[in-house]
Design a binder for this molecule. Structure first.
Ligand code: RFL
Ligand code: PHB
Length: 389
């Protein structure tokens, strides 16, 4: 088999790239290790930057998003019983869009199907060969023995645990990492959201976030120790703890119900440089991870896809390799800013096990400065709605 671009990973990054390439007449094959249902079963991101929304539009997959998403002009920041609001639209002219990663991925799968896009599910033992040459190829086994696809380029969109990043030799790759001493316990429930905008809450008992998917589907998170397992948290225990961590006004009107999904995610900051090696390009979680506090994971994946698909279009249409050559530097320049913002939001709002009295005072001063200072609010708003591509 031969194609122009082999895409490893059928998550949002890989699907968006294959859809955008197809729209521009560039042929690709997506190799996904799991099944479509498995990929759609993962409950992850909920907040999209306008840059992401624009890409969905360019990819021709905006119809459901336009019909069913919410536009949010701001967010509430709470600490203990106090709260203030950051107005994104006032400070930046731009809102964010609340639409789930599950829905984004489903819409992309449907669009790929309509366009007859080639996605090979259950692709085991994917291996990248000769990526540093002009004739790379990929081998895999999707149940019919080893198969081979020859290609011009390979896009590694296979997430944090994929094969693409480790293919880049150790003497070329440098990883930067920070892990945090806590995780997020997330619950999805078929209940109306407690507020029409998100609430990021820093309480003495730890961080909490109130988010949503639609009018009758809420997504809530609380910071928990890494040693906690999901089984430790009954639904009742979760709701009680959430109520204690958000301002009384919201605790009083929180509507609870059975959880339909409950999981714990560790928090990590991670960047691998460079994001290109020969004819292999890394995108999304394959190259970088942010803690979810700034809602940047999926959005940074989208900016990578923006740079890469434009570079491919320029190469195949105009025989111009500049975009491909500069991909890693351009993508990383934006990634590091999103890493900084996510790290800062995480430090601002969480309780750390070894926090001293001084550290707590600094956190409080940071929050009160943000509450009182328009320039600080604007900085948060600019980062939250997404820095320009
Ligand atoms: P994914 O989604 O991990 O998809 C990678 C795909 O590659 C497949 N794969 C392989 N396929 C073939 N061969 C192999 N060897 C393979 N290894 C892996 C996998 O099966 C999978 O289908 O990476 P991608 O596409 O780069 O997308 C990244 C996003 O999923 C991620 O950044 C976000 O979910 C992060 N994130 C958030 N991002 C936001 O922008 N806004 C948010 O509000 C937000 N909230 C979150 C989040 C992530 C969370 N968790 C659980 C990590 C909230 C949470 C709780
Ligand atoms: C979500 O709705 O899942 C969500 C929203 C905002 C975040 C992280 C997760 O910062």
């Amino acid at each position: 088999m031969r194609t122009q671009v082999v895409i490893i990973g059928g998550g949002p990054s890989g699907l968006l790239l294959s859809q955008l390439l197809d729209k521009n007449g560039i042929d690709s094959v997506v190799l996904e290790r799991k099944t479509r249902d498995y990929v759609l079963g993962r409950i992850r991101a909920g907040v999209l930057e306008v840059g992401f929304v624009d890409l969905m539009r360019k990819a021709g997959v905006a119809a459901n998003m336009d019909a069913h998403s919410f536009t949010h002009d701001g967010t509430i920041i709470a600490y203990n019983n106090e709260q203030f609001r950051i107005d994104f639209t006032k400070h930046t002219g731009t809102p964010v869009v609340v639409y789930g990663q599950t829905e984004v991925t489903r819409d992309l799968y449907e669009a790929r199907e309509v366009m007859d896009g080639k996605i090979i599910f259950n692709s085991e033992n994917v291996q990248i060969h000769d990526a540093e040459t002009n004739a790379p190829y990929v081998t895999f086994d999707a149940g019919n023995g080893e198969e081979r696809i020859d290609c011009d380029y390979i896009a590694g969109c296979d997430g944090f645990h994929g094969v693409s990043r480790p293919t880049i030799p150790d003497n070329i790759r440098r990883d930067y990492e920070k892990s945090y001493p806590f995780g997020w316990l997330g619950v999805l429930s078929e209940t109306p959201p407690v507020n029409h905008e998100l609430i990021y809450s820093s309480s003495d008992r730890g961080f909490a976030l109130c988010s949503m998917r639609h009018e009758n589907l809420s997504r809530y998170y609380i910071q928990v120790p890494l040693s906690d397992g999901v089984e430790k948290w009954s639904d009742d225990a979760f709701w009680d703890e959430l109520r204690r961590r958000i301002p009384q006004e919201f605790a009083d009107k929180l509507i609870t119900g059975p959880s339909i999904e409950k999981s714990i995610a560790p928090l990590r900051s991670f960047v691998s440089e460079p994001m290109q090696w020969g004819h292999l390009f890394l995108c999304g979680d394959a190259a970088h991870i942010v803690p979810p506090t700034g809602a940047k994971g999926l959005n940074t994946a989208a900016s990578d896809i923006h740079y890469l698909y434009n570079a491919f279009v320029d190469f195949y249409r105009n025989n111009n390799e500049d975009g491909l050559k500069t991909y890693s530097n351009r993508a990383l320049a934006r990634i590091w800013k999103a890493e900084r913002f996510s790290w800062w939001m995480t430090n601002l709002l969480h309780r750390f096990p070894d926090q001293s009295g001084f550290d707590l005072k600094m956190q409080r001063a940071d929050l009160e400065f943000l509450r009182d200072n328009e320039a600080a609010q604007r900085v948060l708003a600019e980062n939250y709605v997404g820095l320009p591509y």
